[in-house]
Write a protein that binds this ligand. Structure first.
Ligand code: ARG
Length: 262
């Protein structure tokens, strides 16, 4: 995680960002801290990356890389405003030789557009494209990580990253909002995950799919009331955290957490 110490909305690269409304920086930091504390209290180890001035979106640390079993596929951001975040993440992995870091050739926004399901079909990667990540990065990720990568086309600009439209609930189960995907990609998801928890537009707009799950607890923001009920009905324990300020940048819980799959 990376604290929102320099968080602002000073450019708009997704439909949620409104540069005319000021962000409450102190509130953003308090909310971020409550997310970090929630994860720690659930027993998780959280590393904190230093925020860098001039990188207001760095709080969305999920975009900085994608790791599977100790191999890290680095990010390459689409927009120049975020480009320098990639090296900050690389530096984190480079300090520990247990990680094998691979720099990317193609544009990809890390866990924003990649999800890993270790127990589905022996371990598969789901990958989004259409707004940020170049589909060429999907093939590159498959070569780097040695896991099948399933390409899914995102079609709604409001759900511009895979992690705004789909989430892993545990090692093999997913939840997603079908209409965020092309008809063909919906067909692919239905075939692979016939038992998925389906979300609706209200869930997705509340950033209810932008969740982090440890397989038992599902951490999601307080607006995502309906999604909380759905995950509870599916046997998980919802844990709500207020992240209203981070929503102004177009992100929520998942965007703020880069998962380290050592
Ligand atoms: N303002 C950021 C952007 O548009 C938000 C990124 C949200 N992160 C995520 N994993 N969806 O790039």
């Amino acid at each position: 995680m990376c604290p929102p110490e320099h968080f602002t909305v000073e450019y708009a690269i997704n439909p949620w960002m409104d540069t005319t409304v000021a962000v409450d920086a102190a509130r953003a930091l308090t909310q971020w801290e409550s997310l970090r504390t929630t994860l720690v209290n659930l027993g998780h180890l959280v590393h904190v990356l230093d925020a860098r001035p001039g990188l207001p979106d760095m709080v969305y640390s999920a975009n900085g890389a994608f790791s599977v079993d100790g191999t890290v596929y680095g990010a390459r951001f689409l927009y120049p405003q975020r480009a320098d975040e990639a090296s900050a993440h690389q530096a984190f992995y480079d300090t520990d030789s247990a990680w094998k870091f691979v720099a990317p050739q193609h544009v990809n926004e890390g866990e924003g557009d990649f999800a890993y399901l270790p127990a589905a079909y022996g371990g598969i990667v789901l990958a989004g494209y259409g707004f940020r990540t170049d589909p060429a990065a999907h093939a590159e990720a498959q070569e780097v990580l040695g896991r099948p990568v399933i390409s899914l086309r995102l079609v709604d600009p409001a759900f511009y990253h895979l992690d705004t439209a789909l989430a892993a609930l545990d090692d093999r189960h997913v939840t997603y909002y079908p209409a965020a995907f092309s008809a063909a990609s919906q067909r692919v998801l239905a075939q692979l995950f016939p038992d998925a928890v389906l979300a609706d537009r209200a869930d997705a707009e509340a950033f209810g799919l932008n969740l982090v799950s440890d397989g038992r607890h599902v951490i999601l923001n307080t607006d995502a009331v309906g999604m909380g009920h759905k995950v509870r009905d599916a046997g998980y324990q919802p844990v709500h955290v207020d992240l209203s300020e981070l929503k102004r940048g177009g992100g929520s819980v998942k965007c703020a957490v880069a998962e380290l799959r050592a």
